[in-house]
Design a protein around this ligand. Structure first.
Ligand SMILES: Nc1ncnc2c1ncn2[C@@H]1O[C@H](COP(=O)(O)OP(=O)(O)OP(=O)(O)O)[C@@H](O)[C@H]1O
Length: 256
């Protein structure tokens, strides 16, 4: 059974360019179907505005689809009540593009990492600091980093903190939304290597959302290309990238 299955997801927004205009419907996702398998990384690539973030918000239950189904291990989750969804939330987590904005500047790193563990009562208070140290070590940071604040870290180190927070609840799926695009090339490679290690170690599945085909190629087992709210190409073997046939995919390929 697949870990996550999206079936015919559609989503539209009402939008207007000027306040005096009548709002019109924009179809942002059009019958999107996608399957994510356990312990694999699927890259979702596409130009800006193609609908990638909207799809990830629907997977995370932050937004509802107008139509279609989201199935987690065969169970339909897009109709669940808030309480039931919260129970499932621990199984899938998200890491965002901007590592600074994702963390409270007033909280120590230890507090930020411990927050999901406390919310989900996953650790007793006596175990918390040990758990935080383990998580810091798992992402290549030092236990002594626990007492520091976000401004004391580089972007790459902070993205590691966000990853530590995301793996705290032992999720099976992590949605990674442009997680390396704000980092310099050295930090990018280090974070991508860390993601590969963690995937192996914890049998994680990733949905790796990116504009950057190079980064996607480095981490993924499967490619999905999206354009104007539709999946236009899908590829399982990375050495067959020339088999991406849609002109938009070819355009993205030419940038590699
Ligand atoms: N809340 C909203 N209200 C109206 N339109 C929206 C809303 N959210 C997204 N859109 C529109 O939906 C389309 C898809 O946006 P989305 O952010 O999903 O694309 P994306 O592929 O993630 O782009 P990017 O790579 O730039 O983040 C865009 O045209 C955007 O303007």
């Amino acid at each position: 059974m697949s870990l996550l299955e999206l079936k015919d997801i559609s989503k539209s927004y009402q939008s207007k360019s000027f306040i005096w205009e009548k709002s019109k419907k924009i179809d942002v996702l059009k019958n999107v179907s996608l399957t994510l398998d356990q312990a694999t990384c699927t890259s979702l690539i596409g130009k800006s505005g193609s609908g990638k973030s909207t799809l990830s918000r629907i997977i995370m239950g932050l937004e509802n689809a107008d139509k279609g189904q989201v199935l987690f291990k065969g169970e339909m989750i897009n109709q669940l009540k808030k309480k039931e969804l919260k129970k499932l939330r621990g199984h899938f987590q998200m890491v965002f593009q901007d590592p600074f904005n994702a963390l409270s500047p007033k909280m120590t790193i230890a507090k930020s990492i411990a927050e999901p563990l406390m919310n989900y009562k996953m650790s007793s208070s006596s175990e918390l600091s040990e758990k935080v140290e383990e998580l810091l070590e798992a992402v290549g940071l030092q236990p002594s980093d626990a007492t520091k604040y976000p401004h004391q870290f580089s972007g790459g180190q902070l993205q590691r903190v966000n990853i530590a927070r995301a793996i705290a609840l032992k999720p099976e799926l992590i949605v990674l939304d442009e997680v390396v695009s704000s980092l310099d090339i050295f930090a990018q490679v280090q974070v991508l290597d860390l993601l590969l290690d963690l995937k192996e170690q914890f049998r994680l599945s990733y949905l790796f959302i990116s504009h950057d085909l190079d980064a996607a190629k480095y981490v993924s087992d499967k490619f999905v290309v999206m354009d104007q709210g539709k999946i236009i190409d899908e590829l399982c073997e990375l050495d067959q990238m020339e088999e991406l046939i849609h002109p938009v995919s070819k355009g993205l390929l030419s940038l590699v």
